[in-house]
Design a protein around this ligand. Structure first.
Ligand code: PEP
Ligand code: MG
Length: 876
């Protein structure tokens, strides 16, 4: 019989996959002797089994849970439903990777009228007892039975109005007792049966609810964004309650051993007296800084500081802990490696190396490459920022610069962003339902909540700028407006946020690009030391190339030459080329294009300082380039001395039913060889010119032929390229070398890679097209139906963003083997969008690619991901 349940005393930190992060760490803390309220963990495998069994907890698992309740009763000396010493528990989710706030939690489980009376009498604190009960009914109804919180909140508001008080804490034991019975009546009305009194029944319901919450929409979105597979499932932790809300000698807090925003080594956190954990995390009450805990509970605080040190030394990483003080006694409820900003991640990793706690390799492995994104994005222009006067200040909860138009709901944030607007989401407080809106926003501003509030934690995880807890804002969410510093702001007004200082500015403050320095530079240098795969960039313009070089690119893996015609009036010559009727006309247009190309290529070679530059020959989906407006058509007609009708007829003849599968790539050269002649001349002349200026560089241009599916096709184009290139080089009296290679982006090319490699000196995987053609759906249109695929659990991720390793990856693996088998010196890279996605980079390392190529801002991400792949391989 499988083992589905573990006591905390039976597990340890290595069992994260089975017990989830929270369960494994509760076990580990128990093992190292920390004060942990005892309990048990139901495994992630039980969750998977629950889904396999049609969302039911089968008898075997239920049997084990019941067995472990008894064990827990023995350990704690308390019993479910007991009149003397009742056991109350919390039921919490805990996946392998932490997913803060995404799944459900139930506290105070085990209460019924009899138990409430018992604990009221025992504690001498009936107010506390009834408060626990009404909280439990509310939470259970919401989480387990999905009744919705609002009905209960309305009842609380009515009670407060009736009693003439404004705060929950002003309600008496009698009021809360009355509320509890109103809540139960509400429950009965909504569900059609009595609120369950039997703690075991309550527990099974709660466990089911936590399993079910693994599949809620916000968890699904979070997993997709964080590369967490659906198949992992969540564990459930059932833990004896410690009460932070039993009176003024109780409290609850969340703390970090280092500052999660900056990485500074100091205890950081928040604490609320007479409260339960949810009150801190939900951001409903703004808590006090942890230092004030020392005044209230000196002994517990001293002990807590010791625990922090023990945990940091043990895990050798910054810890994020939840704890409760019950009657001045400290209980640890959770520890985990804390989520942190990218800046903090770099500082902490470097500090841990300097403190002798971690090796360089471990430091590199600790950083989530996706996080680096925030550091690479613009910051406020220092001068403009200095000149600006903040109109408000709150907590700098997640750094970065954000400017945009104000929106008040997550739905608006998403909708506005989809139509290209930059928005700042302003909310009273955020809740997990807001996740998609938070993702769409440049920044988040909340009225309530501290550094550990939902908004703060989630924003940091996403790398989105967040300023939280701005109590000066007078909010009117309903009418979509707020007042700050005497000014009324409406939807659509511009605002800027500084997520580091917490400053809020009226209007837009200009931003500047980020640079790699300090700890970022140190980590990158270590990454470069340990990675074995090269990192190039996709750059179409000299400025892209320069930026990428600054960010550490070791060459250009893809220059999309058709993108070089979007600027100024270059497009005119390009259109003349497309709409030519004769070879002469086309050659005349190409003569105009050649100097542009040559000039650009020279700048690319200059920017790359002798490193490899791959230039891909034209691959224009023709529909993107033909003139559309009457004015442009007329302009082209005049330039070519043709009638408007003739041009329209040509445009008509160029129309394709499926341009992405149409007359693009090398097919264009097969029909119009003169295009390849012109491009070869431009590449070779540029390379010769730059080589002449830099004797110490060895320039070997790489000419890349796109969309090849057949050896003879490549051979045909290559012949034109080689003839032209050799003539140019000979005429210049040079012995410059060059390479001709191909993209592997058509499944047939991968299948016949050994044949293709006879002609190709290198392969570069165009995984955008390879994904499109392997799946047989359009890269431009898939967005329309992918959501349905996520909902139906057919796909977990967008295959255009994260490489489909099983299918597309299999083709790549095969093509590398076939290609290198044919030509051992063949070098292979990737230049589809996946080249900057960390998990795809790891795959590329595994199949033996020589380099990945990605957009400039993703170069550092790829460098780090490549290093992590090499380090992980070494550790195996
Ligand atoms: C590709 O298909 O992956 C590729 C890099 O080429 P493009 O995106 O220009 O089609
Ligand atoms: Mg392509």
């Amino acid at each position: 019989m499988a083992k589905w349940v573990y006591l905390f005393t039976e597990g340890d930190a290595t069992m994260r996959n089975l017990l989830g992060g929270k369960g494994a760490n509760l076990a580990e803390m128990t093992n190292i002797g920390l004060p942990v309220p005892q309990g048990f963990t139901i495994t992630t495998e039980a969750c998977t089994q629950y889904y396999e069994d049609g969302r039911e907890i089968n008898d075997e698992i239920q049997g084990q849970i019941n067995e472990y309740i008894e064990k827990m009763e023995e350990i704690t000396g308390k019993k479910f439903g007991d009149k003397e010493n009742p056991l109350l528990v919390s039921v919490r989710s805990g996946a392998r990777a932490s997913m803060p706030g995404m799944m459900d939690t139930i506290l105070n489980l085990g209460l019924n009228e009899t138990v409430v009376e018992t604990i009221a009498a025992k504690s001498g604190n009936p107010r506390w007892a009834w408060d626990c009960y009404r909280r439990f009914i509310q939470m259970y109804s919401d989480v387990v039975m999905e009744v919705g919180k609002k009905y209960f909140e309305e009842l609380i508001d009515e009670m407060k109005a009736k009693k003439g008080v404004s705060q929950d804490v002003d309600l008496t034991a009698e009021d809360l007792k009355e509320l509890a019975s109103q809540f139960k009546a509400e429950y009965k009305e909504k569900i059609g049966e009595d609120f369950p009194d039997d703690p075991k029944k309550q527990l099974m319901g709660a466990i089911k609810a936590v399993f079910r919450s693994w599949d809620n929409p916000r968890a699904n979105v979070y997993r997709r964004d964080n590369d967490i597979p659906y198949s992992w499932g969540t564990a459930v932790n059932v833990q004896s309650m410690a009460f932070g809300n039993m009176g003024d000698d109780c409290g609850t807090g969340v703390a970090f051993t280092r500052d999660p925003a900056t990485g500074e080594k100091k205890l950081m956190g928040e604490f609320l007296t007479n409260a339960q954990g949810e009150d801190v995390v939900a951001g409903v009450r703004t808590p006090m800084p942890i230092a004030q805990m020392e005044e209230k509970f000196p002994e517990a605080f001293e002990q807590f500081k010791q625990v922090c040190k023990t945990l940091e030394d043990h895990y050798r990483d910054m810890q994020d802990m939840e704890f409760t003080v019950e009657n001045k006694k400290l209980y640890m409820l959770q520890t985990r490696n804390g989520k942190r900003t990218a800046q903090a991640a770099l500082k902490i990793a470097c500090d841990l190396v300097d403190e002798g706690m971690r090796t360089e390799e471990e430091a590199v492995a600790m950083i989530d490459p996706r996080n680096l994104d925030t550091l690479l994005h613009p910051q406020f222009d220092a001068a403009a920022l200095k000149a600006a006067t903040p109109m408000g200040k709150a907590l700098g909860a997640s750094p970065g610069a954000a400017c945009g138009k104000i929106v008040f709901t997550a739905e608006d944030a998403k909708a506005w962003a989809e139509r290209g607007e930059k928005v700042v989401l302003v909310r009273l407080e955020t809740s997990p339902e807001d996740i998609e809106g938070m993702k769409s926003a440049q920044g988040i501003l909340t009225v309530r909540g501290g550094m550990t509030s939902h908004a703060a934690v989630v924003a940091r995880g996403m790398g989105t700028c967040c300023v939280s807890g701005c109590g000066d804002i007078v909010m009117d969410e309903e009418n979509k407006k707020f007042t700050l510093a005497g000014k009324e702001f409406h939807e659509g007004d511009a605002i800027s946020l500084d997520g580091s200082t917490g400053n809020i500015y009226d209007g837009i403050i200009p931003t500047v690009d980020a640079t790699i320095a300090g700890e970022f530079g140190r980590i990158m240098a270590w990454a470069d030391k340990y990675r074995t795969m090269g990192v190039r960039t996709n750059a179409d313009t000299p400025s892209d190339a320069k930026k990428a070089r600054e960010l550490g690119a070791e060459g250009i893996g893809l220059c999309r030459t058709e993108h070089m015609f979007f600027e100024g009036n270059r497009i005119d010559a390009f259109r003349e080329m497309i709409c030519s009727d004769t070879v002469e006309e086309r050659e005349a247009a190409l003569d105009k294009i050649l100097p542009y190309q040559q000039g650009d290529f020279e700048q690319l070679f200059e920017a790359m300082e002798g490193n490899p530059v791959t230039i891909r020959f034209l691959d224009p989906p023709l529909h993107e380039f033909v003139p559309q407006t009457e004015e442009d058509i007329k302009k082209l007609a005049d330039a070519q001395g043709k009638s408007v009708e003739t041009i329209k007829a040509i445009i008509e003849s160029l129309k394709e039913f499926n341009p992405m599968m149409g007359h693009r790539g090398c097919r264009l050269t097969v029909t119009y060889p003169e295009i390849a002649v012109m491009q070869t001349k431009a590449v070779i002349r540029a390379a010769l010119a730059v080589q002449a200026k830099h004797a110490d560089w060895t320039i070997v241009p790489e000419i890349m032929i796109p969309l090849v599916g057949e050896e003879k096709e490549l051979k045909y184009v290559k012949k034109i390229v080689v003839k032209t290139a050799d003539e140019e080089i000979k005429a210049a009296g040079s012995d410059m070398k060059y390479e001709v290679g191909t993209m592997i982006e058509i499944p047939r090319a991968a299948l016949l890679a050994d044949e293709i490699a006879k002609e190709a000196e290198f392969f570069c995987f165009g995984t955008n097209d390879l994904t499109q053609m392997t799946f047989g759906f359009s890269r431009d249109d898939a967005g329309k139906f992918l959501d349905a695929y996520y909902d139906a659990k057919i796909f977990e991720n967008d295959p255009f963003a994260k490489l489909d390793q099983n299918g597309v990856g299999k083709l790549m693996d095969m093509a590398v083997k076939l290609g290198k088998g044919q030509r051992p010196e063949l070098h292979c890279g990737i230049c589809g969008e996946h080249g900057g996605d960390p998990s795809s980079v790891e795959f590329c390392h595994r199949i033996g690619l020589d380099y990945v190529s990605c957009s400039p801002f993703r170069v550092p991400i790829a460098r780090l991901a490549a290093a992590q792949a090499a380090i992980a391989e070494k550790r195996k």
